[in-house]
Design a protein. Sequence first.
Length: 248
Amino acid sequence: MDPLTTSAASGMRARIESLEMLANNLANVATAGYKSDREFYSLYAAPEALESSLDGPLPSTLPVIERHWTDFNQGTLTPTDSPLDFALSGQGFFAANGPAGPLYTRNGGFRLSPVGVLTTGEGYPVRSAAGGQIQSQSAAPLEVAPDGTIRQSGQMLGQLAVVSFDQPASLEKVGRNYFRAGIAGGGAKPAAGVEIHQGKLEASNVATPESAVRLINIMRQFEMLQKAIALGAEMNRRAVEEVARVNP
């Protein structure tokens, strides 16, 4: 495959990955607590090409997406008036007991299980600051203070666990709006300077207008790369035909 076609094909593959990521972001515009994904581009050169370039011209490089990263900027806090909806103001995460260990989320759309345990929307028990669960004692509404202290009919039930990480970039996404602590991220620690707002939810931080513009730009780039591949194929065809004429 000639260098033009190779570079264009690599660019198309990177744009396809960008489209998939962008489509997932747009699909979660209405998902509470969702954090958008973005891409980090890099240039790839084969090790063999790098070795051969020590005594010659620089090798050709190919555009690739090296990794995805998550934008943890805060979303807008939207009032819901539901006493079981909570939003975080500041850098931190609610903690829950997932099927395979602790999970962390910015989605505070909680509910009470049939036995009165405070759970996430998926049914994972929400963790208290003491490491246990939040157990409701009656049908009375819950009252939550900005520091996460939960009371019911004047009785304290516990305090919501709100944690942070020294390296949030190491968190691994699980599903739409959960995270799992990565190996390099260190352990969870109590978050500082975070307030909990009852009766509100944090909206997704996906910027719809920006995403729409990026979608159009990526589609245009994809079309240009398609034309480059078609041009390379046409050049190769003509070169073969010219060789056939010169050497009948």
